[in-house]
Design a protein around this ligand. Structure first.
Ligand SMILES: CC(C)(COP(=O)(O)OP(=O)(O)OC[C@H]1O[C@@H](n2cnc3c(N)ncnc32)[C@H](O)[C@@H]1OP(=O)(O)O)[C@@H](O)C(=O)NCCC(=O)NCCS
Ligand SMILES: CC(=O)OP(=O)(O)O
Length: 329
């Protein structure tokens, strides 16, 4: 049995009052997780929604929400400042009338709370699609200096927590990444791996291993591998590799005997979102892996998405990760 990574992160958060905004506070999975996080003193939740509705759901489930901040967008005293800050941030793209309409959307409202330092991070996506969760963050929070694209990684934990933890990326954001974007995803995913005490050995995945097949898509992964190696020469990065060559030592010996990563990879970079999203769900649903994420990488402040198929425990764990990201800056 390995050390529980969520417990390790939680130890840093205990009593530190990192605040997380929840735009879907009337979803019982979200509210239940927020109540537990507050009781465990890991997060100060900021619940967004109608206070009466939130209180009714809490009462029905015998959850105590005393002391948890609730912000009702319909009666927010700093609403005018928020509208002005939004118009300023989206200069030339959003006028005041449009901002008023857009801020009725709780994901935009919650993202603005983070932007205005009213919350340290945000967790959303139990009901909102990934696109609708992430778009406000891309437009308002934006990426860190030197990072052109946000991407979504999953922490993959063997169900019994008895084997190697892995990172899968990008499973959530970039529909058709260029070689440059893939290279950036490889490097930023190594940083995410380190947050979970995973020694990063990064494989750029393909349907080809070391020239076994030819196509433009394979060429893109080969190019991305070169770029990633240039971006982070200190990291073990290799490609193009099929999943079995990247993961299974015996296969690696046949398909990529010279590679230092093949057979030992811990960070798997998928060539595009279709394979990434399908791949993580297969590992989760058939392979018995716990999939935590998507953890958004490269934003100025942490905003996390959820899968709409999530359960309360997923919201709890993603919140812990988001709060830790906020703490680490
Ligand atoms: C993420 C996503 C919503 C962005 O697409 P979009 O809404 O069409 O966004 P746009 O192209 O209009 O761009 C909006 C802003 O975000 C920025 N942006 C878009 N993609 C970005 C990325 N990957 N990283 C950083 N910024 C990005 C744009 O530059 C633009 O900024 P600006 O308005 O300040 O100029 C889209 O790529 C998407 O739907 N991805 C798949 C999500 C999904 O369904 N995943 C599967 C389930 S997890
Ligand atoms: C991450 C993901 O696939 O999200 P959803 O299941 O909500 O589409």
């Amino acid at each position: 049995m390995k050390k529980d990574v969520i417990k390790t992160l939680s130890a840093h958060l205990k009593g530190q009052h990192v605040s997380i905004a929840y735009p879907e506070a009337t979803d019982p999975r979200v509210l239940g997780a927020a109540v537990r996080l507050k009781a465990d003193e890991l997060v100060d939740p900021v619940l967004i929604g109608n206070p009466d509705e939130i209180k009714e759901i809490a009462q029905k489930n015998s959850w105590i929400i005393d002391g948890i901040e609730i912000i009702d967008p319909e009666n927010y005293p700093e609403y005018d400042q928020m509208v002005a800050a939004f118009v300023e941030r989206r200069k030339g793209k959003v006028d005041e009338a449009k901002a008023q309409t857009m801020l009725k959307d709780h994901a935009y409202f919650g993202t603005m709370l983070v932007y205005m330092d009213k919350a340290d991070g945000m967790v959303c996506g139990a009901q909102y699609s990934t696109g609708d969760t992430v778009r406000p963050a891309l437009q308002i929070i934006k990426t860190k200096e030197g990072i052109s694209s946000t991407s979504g990684a999953f922490l993959m934990i063997p169900r019994e927590n008895d084997g190697q933890r892995l990172i899968f990326a990008d499973c959530a954001i970039n529909i058709a990444p260029s070689a440059q974007q893939l290279a950036e995803i490889a490097v930023v995913s190594a940083k995410t791996a380190e947050m979970f005490e995973i020694d990063p050995r990064i494989a750029l995945l393909s349907f080809s291993s070391k020239g076994s097949a030819k196509s433009d898509d394979v060429d893109r992964v080969v190019e991305a591998t070169k770029l990633a190696q240039e971006l982070a020469p200190e990291l073990p990065i290799d490609g193009e590799l099929q999943f079995d060559a990247a993961y299974v030592e015996a296969v690696a010996e046949k398909k990529a005997p010279e590679s230092k990563v093949a057979g030992h990879a811990t960070v798997f970079v998928f060539p595009e979102i279709q394979s990434g999203n399908i791949g993580y769900k297969i590992a989760q649903r058939l392979g018995g892996y716990q999939a935590i994420g998507p953890i958004l990488q490269g934003l100025n402040k942490p905003v996390s998405d959820l899968s709409r198929g999530c359960v309360e425990e997923d919201v709890y764990k993603v919140s812990v990760i988001t709060a830790r990201q906020a703490q680490m800056g």
